[in-house]
Design a protein around this ligand. Structure first.
Ligand SMILES: NCc1[nH]cc(CCC(=O)O)c1CC(=O)O
Length: 320
């Protein structure tokens, strides 16, 4: 028996999909074959933050699962829209990788040691706003592209790129630690940005394994194997983060950072909402001892409501 896993074709997507495929094949008694699917997010160019918001990477993969041309899909959870997709179920969320953002700077510099006026590359309004909160004296450069292309923007890291894109024109870039680690590029990191300084995107570092609802209802071999790799503490954490994002009606392009983790027997959720220029921000925390998907969702919604009552919508220009 062989099941087909639909994946994007980037190096990061192929690596993550390969890892998930191995886990699933080990949990079940079957083979998993990868099939590359070109998504709208891979084809279009221009700033990601202006590409029609959420779901540019996930939409095509979802169509392929729904129409049966592949059996399941692996998504980076942070790229997956918070609205559920009719006919599909995220049946497995494996244990999360490092959720932090990481700085890759020239000459081994840290965020604190970068000189005034340093150019930091990121295409993420969330990262840009939080970087400006910490270092109002730096310059943000809007960049996009795959991990290698972005690393190549840093002086001294040009060899990670492919020559046809700009290189070496920034003092630093910020990327997700998880992606760098999965690709074996961990040694490029010169400073890990702790969640106390910089809150990651909802779901950052976690993967979502999505399968047809009919497979879950029939408890097929594939659906059962996907369910077996689900990691409950990760699921609670990302459920809280995504419920917060959904309540704020903030997509991946909004300057919202959030991170949940289990401390003893308590789920602790932090969130920050900033204005795009990083001159103002609201940061808040909520906790629950109800360790369940429902408890996590309620926690996320409660923290979002508290942020809204503190003025989050006006601050971040959220369209509520
Ligand atoms: N927005 C692109 C994206 N989507 C998922 C990851 C990898 C990190 C993860 O596993 O969440 C990245 C790269 C990045 O942000 O540096």
């Amino acid at each position: 028996m062989t099941f087909i896993l639909g994946t994007r074709g980037s190096a990061l997507a192929l690596t993550q999909s390969g890892m998930a495929a191995d886990q699933i094949a080990a949990a079940g008694n079957f083979e998993v074959e990868l099939r590359t699917v070109r998504t709208e997010g891979d084809v279009l160019t221009g700033p990601l933050s202006q590409m029609g918001g959420t779901g540019v990477f996930a939409a095509t993969l979802r169509t392929r699962v729904l129409d049966g041309s592949v059996d399941f899909a692996v998504h980076s959870l942070k790229d997956l829209p918070t609205a559920p997709c009719p006919g599909l179920v995220v049946a497995g969320i494996p244990e999360r990788e490092d959720p932090r953002d990481a700085l890759i700077a020239r000459d081994g510099l840290t965020l604190e040691k970068l000189p005034a006026g340093a150019r930091i590359g990121t295409g993420s309004p969330r990262r840009a706003a939080q970087l400006r909160l910490i270092r109002p004296d730096i310059e943000i450069v809007d960049i996009r592209g795959n991990v290698g292309t972005r690393l190549a923007r840093v002086a001294g890291f040009e060899s990670y790129g492919n020559q046809s894109t700009p290189a070496g024109d920034c003092d630093a870039v910020v990327l997700a630690a998880s992606g760098l680690r999965r690709l074996g590029f961990e040694e490029t990191v010169t400073d890990y940005l702790d969640p106390t300084q910089m809150l990651p995107a909802a779901g950052q570092g976690a993967l979502a394994l999505e399968v047809r609802e009919s497979d879950v209802e029939k408890a097929t071999e594939l659906a059962e194997a996907i369910r077996a790799v689900d990691h409950a503490p990760t699921r609670w954490a990302v459920t809280a983060e995504r419920a917060l994002l959904a309540r704020l009606e903030a997509g991946c392009a909004a300057p919202v950072g959030t991170f949940a983790r289990l401390e003893e027997q308590t789920l602790v959720l932090d969130a920050v909402v900033a204005n795009p220029d990083g001159s103002e921000s609201l940061r808040h925390q909520a906790t629950t001892s109800d360790l369940s998907a429902d408890g996590a969702k309620t926690l996320g919604e409660k923290l979002a409501d508290e942020l809204l009552s503190m003025g989050a919508a006006r601050l971040a220009n959220l369209t509520l």
